[in-house]
Structures are given as C-alpha cells and as structure tokens.
Design a protein around this ligand. Structure first.
Ligand SMILES: [Zn+2]
Length: 423
C-alpha cells in the first residue's frame, strides 16, 4: 500500500485512508486532508533512475506516488506527460535565458483538471460508487465527465449558468447530467456538496476530495523529470526542479497540488530544492492574493469577476493551503487584469504556437508582470503552467484576436490589402 495516512491541514490529526473519505471530522469543510506516503517504502521499491525505462507516458508512470492500489481501476483515457516546451522566443523577448511552458491544454478534455479527475475516478472505481458529482466552472466538470464516461460511471455536474458555451457542450457530449446553477461557482460548490450528502454520490469537489491535489501534483513530477531529460546539467544528473513555477490560482488546488508534488520529491531525495511558487490571480478574483498580502492564512471571500472563468472564484476552497504554498516557498502572489490576460493569450499563440484559454494564459501574464517589476532574475529557470486549451472559450479568443478580414474572391482584392503582411 503506497499511502501511509491522511493528515489534516489545520490540526495535523492523522487518519487511515479507510477511516475518513473527505475532510477532517473535527474541522468540517475547511479541514482539508493531505495524502502522506511511506517514503522509505517508495524509495526501497523505485528510484528516479528507473523512470528512464518507463514506457507509460501518462500520470500513472508515477504509480508508487499515487493513491490507487488496483491497476484495473485506472480509467482508460491518457492523462498527463504533457509537453514541456523551451520558450525561446517569449523568453528572449522578456530577457529570460531559461523559460519553459508546460502545455496542459493537451490533456484529453483540454485542461489540467484531467489530472485530478483521473485519480478521483480511479479511486471511485476502487471503492465502488453509484455516481460521481462535482461543482465546476467548466473544466473540472468536463474532466470528470470525460474520465467518468471512459470508466462507465455516471457523473453529475453543477456549473454556474455563466459557464462558456463550449465548456457546457463538452459536459453534455460526454453524457454527464448537467445542472446549470442560477448563481455563482461558489453556490454551485455548496449545492454539489449538499447533493452528494443527500444522494450518496461520490464528491470530486476540489480540495474537499483529498485526491484532487494528488492528481494535480503529477505536473510537478513531470516538470522535474522532463527538465532533467531536456537539459541535463551533467551526464549522471538526477531530476531537477526549476527556480520558479508560475501558476494561475482560482480555487487554489492546482498550486497546492504542485507544491505537494515538489515536497514528495524532496522527501524522496529526488530533487534538491523546492522552487518558488508564483500564484497569479485575476484582479477581479484575488482572494488568495489579498490574504497573502495581508500576511494571513484566512481567506475572505470577494465578489469575483474576470474573463478567466476557470479561476473566477470568490471563495477559494483550497485557499489556505494555496497561500501557504507561496509563502513557504518564498514566492509571491501577483494579480493581472483581463487586458493583460488577452495580451498573454496573443503572445503564447503567436510566439510559441500555444492556444490557451484566458485562465490558461494567466500564469504567463503573471510572468510578464513579474519581469516588469523585476521580481525575477534573468538567469533563473522558470516554468509557466498553461492550464487550459483556447478552444474552450471561443468568445475570449475572438476578444483577444479580433475578427478575420472579409474579401471579394479576386486576386486584386487580396493584392490591395497585403501590404500589412510581413514574413
Ligand atoms: Zn483537523
């Protein structure tokens, strides 16, 4: 058994994985549990060198560090091992020597959330449940709907009625039962939890289910392994962590998961240092930034409004751990405007060929701001997470890129307007 115990992030009480399903009984919905492994046992069974022989190019290559026991429970869709691109053009433009982009828009349902849903669906299969439910701004729901479909488990999704049309279509095509809630994501979250209790559905709600962060941590494992493959410092080098990672923050569970993965790797001795984590929020949904700035772990809800719908969260459910992740790694929080996000979408697409949705480009928008404010050193090795595919929100893409030119079907018409085209 890989998992040793579950630990409350507030009181440090420990529980066996069979004892508690979701949160610390003493602390209710704020007592989020962290999954702790028997690291000595993991080390005795595998080392970082073993992975160079692995032919499993998915999150499941890290089996010893994941909370599933039964391999037959793993859902069939391939999740993870997304590309880590060296961003020479964008890096050059910003005066950065070592910039990397991790494109998680290439997961099966187009977002980072597939990592969490793959693990939760595996767990659901293992324990045997009648259905899985989640609240979602869109991506977590699509991830759950897709992964559940592949595992033949019914899914029930609660999303705010403002979710972009493409995301809702994605939920429906996978056969999920979709409730569009006449309210905010935060209200959808509470309704989904209540429905889970009332009807006995397994809850994937972010943070509330301890295994979402375990899925999300696989991005860190990949980054540290891929950096060593792409640029080994010397021939026998082990895995390598970057100096900083930029992460868009909504509910706070991605940055929490990224932090957890790094701590797992350090506990195993597979990396030497924990990178500084840079949390990037929209100015219009900045509850974690506010708490970090005020020097507190207590999250005060805000009235959330931003073009980046995936991180449009008023009360981040994993906010306390998300603030700690930044504070304890000596990172920082930044906020960006919608205009800065639209500009980041254009830059990622035009300079590196990566089409991101607004939240997916928010991490990069944060990097641009950090460079402008001299928060990063030009020689640092920096990784930016791109968390979602641009096709998920066509309306935002049109806002970023504008409309195409209409032309008469004649060469003359083309000739008269090509002066602006330059190689
Ligand atoms: Zn507790």
């Amino acid at each position: 058994m890989n998992v040793s115990h579950l630990k409350c992030s507030i009181c440090n009480a420990t529980y066996s994985p069979d004892e508690v399903r979701y949160v610390c009984p003493k602390h209710g919905n704020s007592g989020l549990l962290e999954v702790i492994y028997d690291y000595d046992s993991v080390k005795s069974r595998t080392s970082e060198a073993d992975f160079s022989h692995s032919k499993d190019f998915s999150i499941w290559r890290y089996w010893e560090l994941l909370p599933i026991e039964d391999r037959s429970a793993v859902p069939p869709l391939r999740v993870g091992w997304t590309p880590l691109y060296e961003a020479e053009h964008l890096g050059g433009g910003l005066g950065l020597a070592n910039l990397w982009l991790k494109d998680d828009g290439l997961n099966p349902t187009g977002s980072f959330k597939d990592r969490a849903s793959a693990v939760v669906v595996g767990k659901a299969k293992e324990i045997g449940v009648n259905a899985i439910t989640t609240a979602s701004t869109g991506n977590a729901g699509a991830a759950l709907a897709g992964l559940s479909a592949s595992a033949h488990i019914p899914s029930i999704i609660f999303a705010p009625h403002t979710a972009p049309e493409a995301k809702v279509a994605q939920l429906l095509i996978y056969g999920a039962h979709v409730f569009l809630v006449k309210g905010t994501y935060d209200q959808a979250f509470d309704l989904s939890l209540a429905a889970s209790k009332e009807f006995g559905w397994y809850s994937r709600n972010t943070g509330y289910n301890p295994f979402t962060a375990e899925g999300k941590k696989t991005a860190s494992l990949e980054i540290c392994e891929q950096l060593a493959i792409k640029k080994p410092e010397h021939a026998d080098a082990g895995w390598r962590s970057p100096d900083r990672i930029f992460v868009a923050v909504g509910d706070g569970n991605i940055i929490t998961g990224v932090w957890k993965g790094l701590r797992d790797l350090r506990a195993l001795g597979w990396i030497e240092k924990i990178p500084r984590l840079m949390g990037v929020q929209s100015k219009g949904a900045a509850a974690c930034y506010n708490a970090w700035k005020a020097g507190t772990d207590t999250i005060s809800p805000v009235d959330a409004q931003t073009i980046s719908d995936s991180i449009c969260v008023g009360l981040p459910r994993d906010g306390t751990r998300a603030v700690r992740a930044v504070r304890e790694t000596d990172g920082a929080y930044l906020t960006v405007t919608d205009e800065e996000v639209l500009s980041a979408m254009r830059s990622l697409a035009r300079e590196e060929g990566i089409f991101a949705e607004p939240a997916g480009a928010t991490g990069y928008a944060g990097l641009v701001k950090a460079v402008r404010e001299s928060l990063v050193d030009p020689d640092e090795e920096i990784v930016v997470l791109v968390t979602g595919n641009g096709l998920k929100d066509i309306g935002a893409a049109v806002r970023a890129a504008g409309k195409a030119q209409l032309v008469e079907p004649t060469l003359d018409a083309v000739r008269s307007s090509i002066s602006s085209i330059r190689p």
